[in-house]
Design a protein around this ligand. Sequence first.
Ligand SMILES: [Zn+2]
Ligand SMILES: [Zn+2]
Length: 543
Amino acid sequence: MADTIHWADVIAEDMLKKNGKHFVAAGITSSGSIHIGNIREVVTADAVYRAILDRGADADFIIIVDNCDPLHKVHPFLPESYAEHIGKPISEVPCPCGNCTNYAEHFLKLFLEALKRIDINPRVYRTDEMYRTGRYNEAIKIALINRDAIAKILEDVLGKDIAEDWSPFDPICNECGRITSTKVTSFNLEAETVDYVCACGNSGTVSMAGGGKLAWRVDRPARWAVLGVTVEPFGKDHASKGGSYDAEKRIVKEIYGHEAPYPVACERIMLEKQGKMPSSKRLVVSASDMLEVMPPEVLRYLIIRTKPEKRIQLDPGQLLLTLVDEYERLRTQFREKDPSLGIFERRIYELSRLTSICQSEIPFKQMATIYQVARGDFERILKIVKRSGFSTENEKCIKELTDNVSKWLEIYAPPFVKFNVKEKVPVHAATLSELQKAFLSAFAALIETRGKISGEVKISGKEYHMLVYSAKEDGSELNRRMGEKLNTQVPPKMDYRDLFKAIYISILGQSSGPKAGWFLSSFEKEFLVKRFEEASTYSPEKR
Ligand SMILES: [Zn+2]
Ligand SMILES: [Zn+2]
């Protein structure tokens, strides 16, 4: 890899050329489930924030929630009765579940929980509160006074006419509650009020503090100025030439006299199921959905290892597994202070890892095996985790990983990862060769005696693995026992694959399965002994 310095460090270095405190911001709209792409902007901002702090500079991380946006339509998940709320700010629309303060909070709650899980704890500003408390009053006055200059900028950049009656301020009608159907008729700077007429027939006066909001493309420059934002990643869609970012950049500078934040344009995250699903059918997934199937540090890793301007394409099935493997390898290298770990990769890990919450030691793939062996029963999972040599001290972390794995298996896991432990010896055992039967029988005996001799009840995954491989070793216990069963020398050309196949067939009734070491160590010894003995003497008539 040609990169030697991480992109977050590049941005931080650039920003530190200016003195003073840095305000890293990310904006979100909680008008529905918050999309995975929004998480990218927030994680990108967080990486820059951490990189600035790592340099000893002073910084704040803020998230601005646009909760004054109007409700645009009755979304499919809403009852018909929501038609009456169209055009009202979402902070004034009732929550669909009935348990949250308002519609915006309903979606925001899940998003903020998701942020906590990925170790992001920003200061959260809600725009309705900021307006209500008067923090925007000055910015509103400046916008109203400079209405013509702003209209000119919008016309210049966007290349279309701005209506004669356009105002940079949208009042909320006192009568119908809509923010989309009012027109400003005049304003009073001293009283800090705005007069309006509404399409509903009503006319009246509202306070600048909470009686409305700045129009689209004026609101953001105003908040940059009000909060002193110095860097704010945004979706690349906004960044196109002649797009809203260009207009906002000029408005903040020419109208508010504030330098535009350092621009970081983020490409989208595309979730695609490869294989049978047509590529036009993209999976739209919210940030919280994604965290149901993906360990939080892996989601961070996905975003942090990629430059913001590069598109991320993710197949949540098999490629997620590859991604998790990569992350876990990096984690091991980092913990074991592997000298082959480069500075750049080390930095990716540092920026991806969770510092304040638990991270599980158990590999995701192994948990997928454990989960299926235990048939999802958490008590049994804990037992297996312990048997597999992991600590069970932090049950909460294990539960989180279990939940991830369970959802992933249900929704995305490719078929080759899934299996089902058969209650009895499966009929497929009828296909076992004499050699395979001899192996199973000898293997069962060996597993049984192993515990008796050493007194050690547990056989680790690695030991199981080595045991299978000892089959070909001349003079090994397993080789000798197999020879006895076969009444002959064990054929030297025996294929290991046949031995593994015998294991999977007798337990799962299929010829392949998860990594044998992990797999076998997930079971109780007694189960394996009994099952392998039965399979080795299996004949269809006896059933
Ligand atoms: Zn709710
Ligand atoms: Zn009205």
